[in-house]
Structure formats: structure tokens, C-alpha cells
Write a protein that binds this ligand. Structure first.
Ligand SMILES: Cc1cc2nc3c(=O)[nH]c(=O)nc-3n(C[C@H](O)[C@H](O)[C@H](O)COP(=O)(O)OP(=O)(O)OC[C@H]3O[C@@H](n4cnc5c(N)ncnc54)[C@H](O)[C@@H]3O)c2cc1C
Length: 380
């Protein structure tokens, strides 16, 4: 039996955006929370590190539009509580062939949800956003509320506020095993075991391994992703007040964000489909990928092509349908988890943290989670 200093109401594994948000919401509700992270806070080996992540309403599925609405509010509340600026409105430009299925479906969903947007022709787009080149036959959907979140600042702020509300955060503490108990769970670390009534597992790309050890094999595929930052010849074109976040609805999606913190304009391909083992990922960017990004940038954002300021590797955890998995462990309901964020989870982090806290404490959430159930993989 562990002594009381090692017993908690809830243990959270992982301090990326999902775990730090869960710890924050749990501690804010006065719970005795322990959060364990294998590396330092805000490390660059997982999925939540860096200057920027897109937050947008422009989705095809209404569930994500609703979640985006809640998330915009919750990030603003977090800014108010912390006194820090975390979210920066830039507007969002989604463009592609005018008959692109994803673009037209996005417009339909925004219309149905009453979210304002406008269509721009290549000429109208060139007049307002000279950074981009839209070929004939291409249409652009502009949504004014889209923004970027300062990713690292969000994770640090959530973690610090969790501590202010009483949570215990232990970094450099690897969880080596999870043992379901009749009343709760025991988590094993090199520094000894910790017990809790509930466990929130938000292990990012490592989640599949931990869930597998608990007899739950899910189609969670970690992939190695790369991003490139360019110093544009005219950097004033890419400041957040002039350059929208953008997504080119090609296969695969090519996307980018304005110059944040002087790092340069960020560009990348969404989902490189390069499977990786998160414990053995090569974090050195590939020169060939760099050339591929340069070619796409030359085609769609010619004003952004300049010297490379940095190229970086980061991890996604893909599900086959690119929808998240947010649920209880089917056999051990005291264990809840959030995984498989498929390269688009950050924007919802502050909300998903609250959903996971509610699932752990009350067994349910006010939000419709039917899209994120484990049961959808049964028979896979
Ligand atoms: C290049 C790139 C661009 C992206 N762009 C966007 C975007 O524009 N908009 C958007 O919404 N989303 C975006 N995403 C996706 C988003 O960043 C992720 O969905 C999100 O960060 C996932 O957070 P997480 O907390 O699940 O994972 P992570 O941040 O990886 O956190 C998991 C944590 O668990 C820890 N951990 C794992 N196992 C253990 C263990 N056994 N013991 C202790 N600690 C453990 C890890 O060290 C890690 O810190 C992007 C992702 C990438 C890679």
C-alpha cells in the first residue's frame, strides 16, 4: 500500500496540451492531481511544441465546428485567467479547385452552423492577399475568426495554472507500467509507484503502447511529420496582421502560418504518412522533404520562399478515419484517455482536457463524443 503522499484522486500521464489541460481542469475543481511527464515541460520530442498551431472553424464535420466554438471561448478564458496572450486572430484562407469536395463540404457546414465566411476569386484573393498565387479555376474560402495559438505558451500556461490550483507536476518521470486495481489504478515509475482513484492517459504518440499493455489494441499510428520555416524576402507580408493561416485543399493538404516570433513563415504537408516508433524517431529533417515544400511554396505562396530559418520534426498519431479517440477503457472504466489526434487536435486541447476531466470524475461529458468512441474500431 503506497503512503498518502503517493496517493492521489487523479493521475494524468503526459504533459502535452491534452494532459496539461486535463491537469488544469481537474486541479481547478479542487482535485488532488499528480501529472507525470517523461521529459521536461515543453519538450520538442512529441506533438505540442512550438510557436504556432492553427485554430479554425473551417471543418466539414459539424462536431468539430461546435468543438471549435467552445475552444475559442475557453482559450479566451484562459488568457483572462493567466493575463497572457495565447491566441492571435489572423483570418483563415482555405483554397483549392472550386469543385474540391472538402472545400465545398466545409462551406456547407459553415453555412449550416451560421459561421461567417466569404468566397474569393483568384483576382479578389490576389488583391487582399498578395502572398498567395491562386491558379485559374481555384476558389478561396476566407473565414475571419481563424487564428493561431502560441503552442508552447499554451502548454506552459496550462501547466503553471494547474500547479497554482494545487496540482503536483513531476517531469523527467517515465511511467513504465499501469496496473488497474479493484479501487483505482497504480502507476509505476523508476521513482516508485503512485496510486489514484482515476487515471487520465494523454500520452500522445506513446499512447498506443500503454493502451496495448492494458489489452486494448487500437489503430493508433504515430507518424513523423516535418515543418519548414522560411524567411520571406519581404517579411512584412507575413506578419500575423497581414497573413492569414492557410490550407490548400490538395492531396495531401499543404498548409501554413504567418511569421511568429521572427521564426519565419511556417509551411508543411499535412500527414506525411511516415510511420515511426516515438522512442526511435529520427528528428533530423529530410533534405528531400525540404525540396518538396519549396516546390509547393513556389506554386502557392511564392512571396514566402526565401532562406530556410529552420526545419523541424514533430509527431502525429493517426487514426484510420482521422477522428480522435476520447473514451473510457472498455474493461477498466477508472481509466480514461485521449489519443489519435491525427494532426488537428491542438486547437481543441483546452476543451478536450475538460472533457477528459469530466469523464474521469463523472463518467460522462456534456459534449457529444459519439465520433470519438473506441467501439467504432471493433472488428478492425
Ligand atoms: C507539425 C505539426 C503541426 C500541427 N499543426 C496543428 C494545427 O495547426 N492545429 C491543430 O489543432 N493541431 C495541430 N497539430 C496537432 C497537435 O499538435 C496535436 O494533436 C497535439 O499537440 C497532441 O497533443 P498530446 O497532448 O496528445 O500529445 P503530446 O504533446 O505529444 O503529449 C503527450 C505527452 O505524453 C508524454 N508521455 C508519453 N508516454 C509517457 C510515459 N510513459 N511516461 C510519462 N510521460 C509520457 C510525452 O512525453 C508527451 O509530452 C500539429 C501537430 C504537428 C506534429
Amino acid at each position: 500500500m503506497t503512503d498518502s503522499s503517493r496517493r492521489f484522486e487523479v493521475i494524468v500521464i503526459g504533459l502535452g496540451v491534452m494532459g496539461s489541460a486535463a491537469a488544469y481542469h481537474l486541479a481547478k475543481q479542487g482535485k488532488r492531481v499528480l501529472a507525470l511527464e517523461q521529459f521536461e515541460l515543453d519538450h520538442r520530442w512529441g506533438s505540442s511544441y512550438g510557436e504556432s498551431r492553427i485554430i479554425r472553424y473551417a471543418y466539414t464535420h459539424p462536431t468539430y465546428v461546435e468543438m471549435a466554438d467552445h475552444s475559442f471561448h475557453l482559450w479566451r478564458e484562459l488568457e483572462a485567467e493567466s493575463g497572457r496572450r495565447l491566441m492571435f486572430t489572423t483570418g483563415g484562407l482555405d483554397f483549392g479547385m472550386s469543385d474540391s469536395a472538402s472545400l465545398t463540404a466545409t462551406a456547407r457546414t459553415l453555412q449550416d452552423r451560421g459561421i461567417p465566411f466569404e468566397w474569393l476569386s483568384p483576382e479578389q484573393s490576389a488583391a487582399r492577399f498578395p502572398q498567395f498565387r491562386l491558379e485559374p479555376g481555384v476558389a478561396a474560402l476566407y473565414q475571419p475568426d481563424a487564428a493561431y495559438l502560441h503552442a508552447s505558451a499554451c502548454v506552459i500556461t496550462l501547466s503553471e495554472l494547474a500547479q497554482i490550483h494545487g496540482a503536483t507536476l513531476r517531469t523527467h518521470t517515465l511511467v513504465t507500467g499501469i496496473e488497474p486495481l479493484s479501487e483505482g489504478v497504480r502507476v509505476h515509475t523508476p521513482d516508485g509507484p503512485f496510486d489514484a482513484a482515476r487515471l487520465v492517459l494523454t500520452g500522445g504518440a506513446w499512447s498506443g503502447k500503454r493502451l496495448g499493455e492494458l489489452g486494448l489494441e487500437l489503430p493508433l499510428q504515430p507518424t513523423r511529420e516535418q515543418i519548414v520555416f522560411f524567411h520571406a524576402p519581404d517579411r512584412t507580408l507575413f506578419t500575423p496582421d497581414r497573413c492569414p493561416v492557410f490550407i490548400v485543399h490538395e492531396q495531401p493538404w499543404f498548409y501554413g502560418l504567418p511569421d511568429v516570433d521572427g521564426k519565419g513563415v511556417k509551411m508543411a504537408i499535412h500527414c506525411n504518412r511516415q510511420p515511426t516508433d516515438p522512442d526511435r524517431t529520427n528528428h533530423n529533417p529530410d533534405p528531400q522533404y525540404l525540396e518538396r515544400i519549396k516546390a509547393l511554396a513556389q506554386r502557392y505562396v511564392p512571396a514566402g520562399v526565401g532562406p530556410v530559418s529552420e526545419a523541424r520534426v514533430c509527431l502525429y498519431t493517426m487514426t484510420p478515419d482521422e477522428d480522435f479517440v476520447i473514451d473510457h477503457h472498455p474493461e477498466y472504466p477508472q481509466i480514461v484517455f485521449g489519443a489519435g489526434f491525427s494532426g488537428h487536435g491542438f486547437k481543441f486541447g483546452v476543451l478536450i482536457g475538460r472533457i477528459l476531466a469530466d469523464l474521469a470524475l463523472n463518467g460522462a461529458s456534456a459534449h457529444d463524443l459519439s465520433l470519438f468512441k473506441v467501439s467504432r474500431f471493433r472488428g478492425l
